[in-house]
Structure formats: structure tokens, C-alpha cells
Write a protein that binds this ligand. Structure first.
Ligand SMILES: [Zn+2]
Length: 253
């Protein structure tokens, strides 16, 4: 957080006890929202776009607190990052703007995410009771122009793979599109993988599998590099026993 009046406030949806509906057995929505948001927060700072964030750790914010932070930030815009959930066949990115706003920014962010490889689903706004917005992030954020981004569906296999493998690409697409929208100079980064690229894994092995197996190597629970070529195969009983013995002796040190 900093004291400069921000142009933008980024809002990682959910947090703490509120895991978020856009979760599956690979990621929790609150965690993926935070990863995307912290990435954007850092990039906007690098690009000298004054930016705030509603939360930078895994804490619960009530709708009242969250919208108060947004209203009092002094920001002109808010981007609220989310992941969707619905029927298994439902796919694609959605951006949602206030019923009182035009759809220019929402459409620009939507198109940027589609250009990065996500299927486009819709850009929309939704009215609730008595002529107000349905979503509290629009209804209760005052004059801050808020766009909710649902990057894709955690309940859909293809969307999940795209998000796990390219969340940084989608996050960066939003950074670029927002800079263009406000007329701020943009320069790209070469996206660094979280871990150095490891050799030995089959091509197209997703990062989350590589990260999990690399952890075993870092802990010295697994030493033979040839296991990397067999990430999707089952491990023989003797290998499990060896890993458990190593773990036990490490814990006893
Ligand atoms: Zn959500």
C-alpha cells in the first residue's frame, strides 16, 4: 500500500474463510485471484500507474469493508478479479460493468483476455432490486468505476488448464489493456516462470505438477532425476517407503 492517490484499485475477490465458488481440486478461487492481483499490482507499480489493492494476503474482507476500502481509496477505477463456477460445459471469460456505466473498459479488458487465448463468453451488466446494481462491487463502490473480471470457469476442464498454465498471460493482458484505456505508456515484460525451467519433464506438463515434484527434490525426498519423466505414473511401494523413511529421518533431526 502507498499514499499516492491511485488511479486504480485492484480487488482480489474473496479471501480467508471465503474461499470463493470458482474453486476446484487444483486451486482455490481466493488464492488464484490473489496471485493474479499481486502480479498486476506489481506490474502497475513498475509501469508507474498509481495503484492500490484491497488485500495483499489471505484475509477475509466483508462486502462492507471491501467496498469501503474501494470507495475511500480515491481511485477512479477498480478491477475485481474472480473465477467462475457453473455447469461443467460452461466456458470462457466474462466481464461485468455497472448498469450505470458504459461498457468500453469492460469490453476492452474482455477482448484482451480473449486475444490471450481464453474463449469469450459475455460482457454484461445486471440490475438487482429497485433499479440498483445486482453485484455489491458495483452497487456499493460509489463513484469508482468497477469492472468484475471472471477469467474463466473453475468447473470447466479447458478453462482450468488455461488458467493454471497461463494466469500470468491473462493478468498481463489486463495490465496492457488498462494502460491503453487510460492512455498510459506500457512496456511488456518477459514473463518469468515461477521456477527455473526444469528439464526432464514431458512437454505440456502443467506447472502445478512440476512445482509439486520439484518440492520432493528440494526436500531430498526424491533424488533420482528419471522420475521427472514419469510424473503421471504411479510410484512403486518401495519408492513410497523410501520417501517416507527419508521424511521421518529428517523430522527426527
Ligand atoms: Zn468470485
Amino acid at each position: 500500500m502507498n499514499d499516492t492517490k491511485p488511479i486504480l484499485i485492484i480487488d482480489p475477490g474473496h479471501g480467508g474463510k471465503d474461499i470463493g465458488g470458482g474453486s476446484n481440486d487444483i486451486f482455490k478461487e481466493k488464492e488464484m485471484n490473489l496471485k493474479i492481483s499481486l502480479y498486476q499490482y506489481q506490474r502497475f507499480q513498475e509501469l508507474n500507474v498509481p495503484v492500490h489493492i484491497t488485500r495483499d494476503s489471505d484475509i477475509y474482507l466483508s462486502p462492507t469493508t471491501r467496498t469501503e476500502i474501494v470507495r475511500e481509496s480515491g481511485a477512479i477505477y477498480c478491477i475485481s478479479n474472480h473465477l467462475n463456477a457453473y455447469k461443467p460445459e460452461a466456458r470462457g471469460v466474462e466481464t461485468i460493468h455497472s448498469i450505470f456505466a458504459d461498457d468500453t473498459l469492460a469490453r476492452k479488458l474482455f477482448q484482451a483476455i480473449v486475444a490471450e487465448g481464453m474463449l469469450g463468453r459475455r460482457v454484461f451488466s445486471k440490475a438487482g432490486d429497485s433499479g440498483k446494481d445486482y453485484y455489491f462491487m458495483h452497487r456499493d463502490t460509489g463513484s469508482v468505476k468497477t469492472v468484475i473480471i471472471e477469467y474463466g470457469f473453475a468447473t470447466n476442464k479447458q478453462d482450468t488448464e488455461l488458467i493454471v498454465n497461463n494466469w500470468q498471460g491473462f493478468a498481463e493482458a489486463v495490465v496492457k489493456a488498462f494502460c491503453e484505456y487510460i492512455g498510459h505508456p506500457y512496456s511488456p515484460v518477459i514473463i518469468q516462470p515461477e521456477q527455473p525451467i526444469e528439464t526432464g519433464y514431458p512437454t505440456n506438463t502443467p506447472d502445478w505438477k512440476i512445482n509439486a515434484v520439484n518440492w520432493l527434490y528440494r526436500q531430498n525426498l526424491l533424488t533420482d532425476q528419471s522420475w521427472k519423466g514419469k510424473v503421471d505414473e504411479s510410484v512403486p511401494l518401495w519408492a513410497v517407503a523410501t520417501m517416507l523413511q527419508r521424511l521421518k529421518s529428517q523430522l527426527e533431526k
